[in-house]
Design a binder for this molecule. Structure first.
Ligand SMILES: [Zn+2]
Length: 251
């Protein structure tokens, strides 16, 4: 894997310093030198899922189907809507702070590397869950792409743009899991199927709720004949809390 060069890392650090908020989004204390996404205390206490250590974790269960089992399925933080940590993902998504999603992805990537996750070295390309172009126009960025770029900054894995949303999701607020599955079924397509043949493709999302969006993306990738598939996300709603995170489905 390629390592980002020092001057690129420096430039990235300077850019992030300028773009990231200077208050910890979790405890609201002023960030110190070298603290980027949140203060060191909140980062140390962050509710990590550590799902990458267990193959049979709850995100794997949400996206697996017969004949479709991810090599690695993991999310960085447990996402509870009423937790102060939810603001890390929520600000990145709804408050026009793409640098937060990128920095969260970068920190997650560094932690996965530090934990020696074996599947990571095998991944050829990170593909962000796409936003429909209309939503992209409204928001100006795709938070899943920013997360993927952050993961790439840490790991050196390439980011691709081979996934495309063929129509916009309806807002999934307060929909049942089955309705969510129907809503997103078949809306993600692959632009250049030949380019994914034989690769280990990791799909990157911001928050996993029911997993229906990721499942849809994996189905589209699977049809291209990849060697393996994985999913990585910044957050995962605990499996018992779907109905308490209504904004998560707003792609
Ligand atoms: Zn803090």
């Amino acid at each position: 894997m390629k390592k980002p060069k020092a001057h690129i890392r420096y430039a990235l650090g300077a850019a992030l310093d300028a773009l990231l908020p200077r208050l910890c989004p979790v405890c609201r204390s002023t960030l110190g030198r070298g603290e980027t996404l949140m203060c060191a205390c909140c980062l140390a206490m962050a509710p990590r899922t550590l799902m990458h250590r267990r193959r049979d974790n709850s995100v794997a269960a949400r996206v697996s189907r017969p004949g479709l089992e991810p090599a690695l399925a993991a999310a960085w933080l447990e996402y509870r809507r009423d937790s102060p940590y939810a603001s890390v993902v929520r600000d990145a998504k709804f408050r026009h702070m793409p640098a937060m999603a990128r920095e969260a992805g970068r920190i997650y990537g560094l932690e996965l590397m530090a934990d020696g996750v074996p599947q990571l070295a095998d991944i050829d390309v990170l593909l962000p869950v796409p936003l429909h172009w209309r939503r992209l126009l409204q928001r100006g960025y795709n938070q899943s792409r920013e997360a993927a770029e952050g993961l790439a900054d840490a790991t050196g894995i390439d980011v691709g743009d081979n996934l495309v949303a063929t129509r916009a999701h309806r807002t999934q607020t307060r929909q049942s899991a089955e309705a969510r599955r129907r809503n997103v079924s078949g809306i993600i397509a692959v632009r250049h199927p030949d380019e994914l043949r034989g690769l280990h493709v990791a799909v990157v999302d911001d928050v996993v709720t029911t997993g229906s969006t990721l499942s849809d993306a994996l189905r589209a990738v699977q049809a291209c004949g990849p060697r393996a598939m994985s999913v990585l996300a910044l957050g995962a709603v605990p499996a018992d809390a779907f109905h308490f995170a209504p904004e998560c489905g707003q792609q």
